[in-house]
Design a protein around this ligand. Structure first.
Ligand SMILES: Nc1nc2c(ncn2[C@@H]2O[C@H](COP(=O)(O)OP(=O)(O)OP(=O)(O)O)[C@@H](O)[C@H]2O)c(=O)[nH]1
Ligand SMILES: [Mg+2]
Length: 207
């Protein structure tokens, strides 16, 4: 598998504001999770394009829904190419109090996750040191009810020692109901495994 194209397409909030969301096209994979968990970094690392996505040390950096056009080559001998979109979402949980947290999560993000037709899969990131809380668990249930595949990711695994990883992954599996992919965007660990899961979630070509 090789990423043959990765280009920024557009930033948007609500479908009715400005140019809105792009016209429905290829299947979309969105990156969701707590603020600062590493969504934008992981998206960039999966594309292998440095500088495609802006990342910062300050939580709450991503304020808009950012769409990226991708093309992947599944087998060089078969020439099987797929188009898809990566969608970088603002994070939730930036505010301190739980109820305020949810209210603070942008309504346009909920609209996107709840209504966007081409949305096939959500990469749900959890910090390896923190695990999942009620927000992640509820989001996973909500998405599955909608028929969207949830790919659980335990990220920043470089922050855990080898023997800490397995119990952390098992706890996350119980919390999210899916075996997580253990990933580090900084070391590149787990990225191939995550791509495999993404390709399965995309399913066969639509045409
Ligand atoms: N050690 C380590 N740091 C990481 C990893 N992934 C991301 N980071 C760091 O975590 C911080 C936040 O990364 P972002 O990608 O901006 O996180 P985000 O989830 O997009 O944040 P918001 O857009 O604010 O919701 C940055 O300082 C990254 O360098 C990782 O796998 N390992
Ligand atoms: Mg971000």
């Amino acid at each position: 598998m090789r990423v043959t194209k990765a280009e920024f397409l557009v930033s948007a909030t609500d479908p009715s504001v400005g140019t809105g969301w792009p016209t429905e096209g290829p299947p979309e994979v969105a990156f969701a999770g707590r603020s600062n968990v590493g969504k934008s970094t992981l998206l960039g690392a999966l594309t292998g394009r440095n500088g495609l996505v802006r990342v910062s040390r300050t939580p709450g950096r991503t304020r808009l829904i950012n769409f990226f056009d991708l093309e992947i080559l599944l087998g060089s001998s078969t020439g099987d190419r797929r188009e898809l979109r990566f969608v970088d979402l603002p994070g939730f949980g930036y505010a301190k109090v739980s109820k305020a947290e949810r209210a603070a999560w942008f309504p346009f993000v909920e609209k996107y996750l709840g209504h966007r037709v081409p949305l096939k899969a959500v990469v749900l990131l959890c910090d390896a040191r923190r695990g999942a809380e009620i927000d992640e668990t509820e989001l996973a249930h909500y998405l599955r009810d909608r028929g969207v595949t949830v790919i659980a990711v335990m990220t920043k695994c470089d922050k855990l020692s080898k023997h800490e990883r397995r119990p952390a992954a098992e706890a996350l599996k119980r919390q999210l109901g899916a075996h997580p992919v253990t990933v580090s965007a900084t070391s590149g660990e787990g990225l191939d495994e995550l791509w495999k899961r993404l390709v399965v979630a995309l399913g066969p070509p639509s045409d």
